[in-house]
Design a protein around this ligand. Structure first.
Ligand code: ATP
Ligand code: MG
Length: 267
């Protein structure tokens, strides 16, 4: 079997609330993502999805267990190697304004991400903006994040992530901050990126229809544990765990458009 790009091995994280009570946010979770593979992590609010995502990104250290990126344990890396690992894994968060420095123009934000390129940074920036649907890209270069809509900001955040040429994108509810009317477009953009760049994804979402449209595999989290995982078709059409059955039953699956339907609709 091919070596996983990202492997979470029995990862556990406990928080102590300010009142002193203990929260077992993540309990001995193991999950592999192969190169170019898309895994959706679904589950209700508070089930530990974002905590697991932050551990995978190396933003939060697990209490026990290991995170391996291309076979190397994040906990064993030097500061410099950890920085490189963080470039290989780019996050996209729900609220793009939180991840974009408000004092930098789009041009500066992208130039910073493209600093490993010696030349044609401006042209690459414009190409990236075009690529994420901000056209013509030149029109956006001098804008600050607050001069963009929520959806445009998310596109800039996606362009910035792509500028790093990541092998894995960890997206935590990336559509929730955008207006309902443009969620389909951003979802299609993320699907196009998967197909064109062969980038792997960990897509964190409470929305089963996004998982269905997007993922090769689905993992279902409940109270800090993965209670079911497998190929998306199998998990979403023939769930075995009672909790997954309940999640799937709550969504009108047959009416939810698939990625293909959306593309045809947009054309
Ligand atoms: N820094 C923290 N300190 C204390 N408790 C925390 C902290 N971060 C998360 N938790 C708790 O850990 C549990 C899991 O939280 P997490 O944010 O991972 O859930 P989630 O599945 O992402 O939820 P949502 O769908 O609402 O985003 C929750 O009970 C939350 O209150
Ligand atoms: Mg969350």
């Amino acid at each position: 079997m091919q070596e996983p790009l990202l492997a979470l091995d029995k990862v556990t994280k406990t928080f102590r609330r300010s009142g002193g009570s203990i929260v077992n946010a993540v309990r001995s979770v193991s999950l592999d993502i192969g190169p170019g593979e898309t895994v959706a992590l679904v589950g209700e609010s508070g089930s530990g999805k974002s905590t697991l995502g932050r551990i995978a990104l190396g933003l939060l250290a697990p209490d026990s267990g290991r995170v391996l990126l291309a076979g190397r344990c994040l906990g064993d890396l030097s500061a410099a190697a950890l920085r490189d690992a963080r470039i290989a894994m780019q996050p996209i968060f729900q609220d793009a304004s939180a991840s974009l420095n408000p004092r930098r123009t789009v041009r500066e934000l992208l130039a910073q991400a493209l600093r490993h390129h010696r030349d044609s940074v401006e042209q690459r920036s414009v190409d990236l903006l075009d690529h994420v649907g901000l056209r013509p890209g030149t029109e956006y270069l001098l804008r600050f994040p607050h001069e963009l809509s929520g959806g445009q900001r998310q596109r800039v955040a996606i362009a910035r992530a792509l500028a790093m040429e990541p092998r894995l994108i960890i997206a935590d509810e990336p559509l929730s901050g955008a207006d309902v009317s443009i969620r389909g477009q951003i979802l299609n953009l993320l699907i196009d990126i998967k197909e064109e760049h062969r980038v792997a994804y960990l897509m964190i979402t409470h929305d089963i229809s996004i998982a269905r449209a997007f993922a090769d595999r689905v993992a279902v989290m409940m109270q800090g544990e993965i209670v079911e995982s497998g190929p998306a078709e199998a998990v979403l059409h023939a769930p075995t765990h009672p909790y997954t059955k309940q999640l799937v039953a709550a969504v009108p699956m047959l009416d939810a458009p698939t990625a293909r339907d959306r593309e045809i609709g947009d054309a």
